[in-house]
Structure formats: C-alpha cells, structure tokens
Design a binder for this molecule. Structure first.
Ligand SMILES: [Zn+2]
Length: 135
C-alpha cells in the first residue's frame, strides 16, 4: 500500500505529540473514557490528526458506551483502510487512515442498533474535530 502522504519516522515525531505518535504511528490505544472527542456532539467533520484527511461525519457518531468515540460508518469507503490485526491473541480489524496509513482504532460488528451494525471505535488523539454551521 502506497499512501498519498508519506513521512519519515523522524518527521512524524516532530509533527505529533508523544501521545499522538504512540497511537497514530505505533498503533497504541488511549485509555478508555479519557478522549477529548468522546462526548463531542456538535455537527461537524472528523479529520485524521496526522494528515487532515476527512474521515467521519458527526451524523454517524453514536453513543456506544465503550469509552471511545464511535461511528457506524466512515465518510467514504475509501477514506479508511481495514487490516486484519492478530495482536494480543485476538482477531480484530484495524482501521487506518487511507491517506497516510496512520492508526485510528478498530472496527467491530457489534452495534445492531446502528444502520450498518458496525462500530468504528476510534482514538480521540487520532482525530481532530471541526464544527460545521448547521444553518
Ligand atoms: Zn491520515
């Protein structure tokens, strides 16, 4: 996979905070219930914190009670990349930004209350939020 945005490890370290680097570039996970976007309910767009690509819209965000911001669908099918993740003795599906390859979180098919049944479980530090005027 070749990404539109590619940077060296050194460049990512300079651009991102230590916590952002640990999640986005080393597939870390922020502690549950600590993310700043968890309770964000305004209308707007969520972008990749590493490359600013648009990833999610607020109208697909839902309250999953899992401790991380959750969406039932990405903005477009090709805005994220899904990769099988067999770490930690589990089979999960990792979600990465399709533009820069940064780690965003995981997707689970355990949300029957949503239109897709999917729960894109994202790290707040992987995203930035931009409020849009609803009028
Ligand atoms: Zn990105």
């Amino acid at each position: 996979m070749t990404y539109k945005v590619t940077k060296s490890d050194q460049e990512w370290r300079e651009q991102l905070s230590a916590q952002e680097y640990a999640v986005l570039r080393q597939a870390g996970t922020e502690r549950a219930w600590t993310g700043e976007l968890l309770d964000e309910k305004r209308t707007g767009v969520y972008r990749c914190r590493a490359c600013s690509a648009e990833l999610f819209r607020s109208d697909t965000k839902f309250d999953s009670h899992c401790g991380w911001p959750s969406f039932y669908s990405p903005l477009a099918g090709d805005s994220v990349e899904l990769i099988e993740d067999r770490s930690l003795g589990m089979v999960r599906t990792e979600v990465r930004c399709a533009t820069c390859g940064s780690h965003l979180g995981h997707v689970f098919d355990d949300a029957p209350q949503t239109p897709t049944g999917d729960r894109f479980c994202m790290n707040s530090v992987s995203l930035t939020f931009e409020e849009l005027d609803e009028s």
